[in-house]
Ligand binder design. Structure first.
Ligand SMILES: Nc1ncnc2c1ncn2[C@@H]1O[C@H](COP(=O)(O)OP(=O)(O)OP(=O)(O)O)[C@@H](O)[C@H]1O
Length: 264
């Protein structure tokens, strides 16, 4: 479903601030797979999601989504197939619009009907039905402005909206990192359910090695712009964080020293 071939990204090329963010990344995520990505600060995790979503141009390489070469497609064209949930709960929703209006906007992203149609009765029923699944009582607050919701409620709504319409690919960029542990667990369980129910292909970046190993079915680790290991199947099922650290040391010949990753 997602294929990155020999992807290189360099920022500020030929200047003193040149950064080689991705250095020859090959990654193939089959349809319906839930992949988790870990890696130290600046390893290239977010840049990879930006490359898939079309926010960052490649220096070299190709990106395919659902069999189509989208390397030169603009963001809006790709957004019919994929959506993204960010770390900041404020990024996924519009705080001055109501919950219902936000849903209507999300539907408009992938459907060729206007906003006025979208906020009609059928949209209201559809939004209420989807919100009921959360168990947060938001189906009774459709006219409340999203700005009134807590971070966790807002992130849950962002997830639901990200998964609406023709979305096939869900990109999750540390989407539980800004939440308290209980709310983060709730949002993560919701994520697993949505991905599973809708049979989405999902890629989740996280700083928590435990979360990476216990979510989805495959984990890759980025380090200095490259994928340094790729674990799935029975090998991953039996892995704990200590095994990941050992694997990193064996592959790289150095200890992992990133506090954000070790304490995540
Ligand atoms: N728009 C940009 N302009 C210049 N440099 C950038 C840009 N975006 C990312 N970088 C640099 O590219 C490298 C990879 O960044 P990226 O955000 O992909 O890392 P990351 O693995 O997501 O890190 P973190 O865990 O800190 O978010 C870093 O050195 C970063 O400073």
């Amino acid at each position: 479903m997602i294929e990155l071939s020999e992807v290189h990204v360099t920022f500020n090329k030929d200047t003193p601030l040149e950064t080689r963010a991705l250095r020859g990344v090959d990654l193939n995520v089959p349809k319906g797979q839930f992949l988790t990505i870990i890696g130290s600060n600046g390893a290239g995790k977010s840049t990879s999601l930006n490359v898939i979503a079309g926010h960052t141009k490649l220096e070299v390489g190709h990106v395919k989504i659902d069999g189509q070469d989208v390397t030169n497609w603009p963001v809006y064209k790709r957004s019919k197939m994929l959506s993204r949930v960010f770390q900041d709960p404020k990024m996924g929703t519009c705080e001055d619009l109501s919950i219902l209006e936000n849903f209507a906007l999300a539907h408009g992203r992938t459907r060729p009907r206007g906003f006025r149609y979208a906020v009609g009765a059928s949209m209201r029923d559809e939004a209420a039905e989807q919100l009921k699944v959360l168990g947060l009582g938001l189906e009774d607050r459709l006219n409340d402005k999203v700005g009134l919701l807590s971070g966790g409620q807002r992130q849950a709504v962002s997830l639901l909206m990200a998964a609406t319409g023709d979305t096939k690919v869900l990109l999750l960029d540390e989407h539980t990192a800004a939440l308290d542990p209980k709310t983060a667990d709730f949002v993560l369980e919701l994520t697993k359910k949505i991905v599973d129910d809708l049979k989405l292909t999902a890629v989740m970046v996280t700083h928590s090695m435990a979360q990476a190993l216990h979510t989805g079915e495959r984990t890759v680790m980025f380090h200095r712009g490259k994928i340094v290991f790729d674990a799935g199947g029975a090998e991953r099922d039996n892995m704990e964080v200590a095994d990941l650290l050992e694997l990193f040391k064996r592959e790289q010949g150095e200890e992992l020293t990133d506090d954000a990753l070790l304490l995540g």
